[in-house]
Design a protein. Structure first.
Length: 90
């Protein structure tokens, strides 16, 4: 399929999990890699779902960045405001 990331089935699973959580009245944050420059663990389109307890489904790659993103996602869930963040991998 043209235009889908190579791991599109993972993306589809994450979207289904997000829909299920919302049907159950649970807040979740959907994290999406929108741009990647150079060598990165995951490509644009990679998704990760963050639950209110800090648990996740999926991965955006890189434990250090994921930990920071999880904290930002929890904050975003609390405020209800979307975020567009940028990280530099060391």
């Amino acid at each position: 399929m043209v235009g889908l990331p190579s791991d599109w089935r993972d993306v589809e699973d994450i979207v289904q999990l997000a829909a299920e959580a919302l049907r159950q009245g649970q807040r979740v944050a959907l994290v999406t890699v929108t741009r990647a420059v150079g060598s990165t663990p995951r490509s644009p389109g990679a998704k990760m779902l963050v639950y209110p307890d800090g648990s996740i489904a999926g991965t955006i790659g890189g434990a250090a960045v994921e930990a920071r993103v999880i904290q930002e996602a929890l904050t975003a869930m609390g405020s209800g405001a979307p975020r567009n963040l940028s990280y530099t991998l060391d």
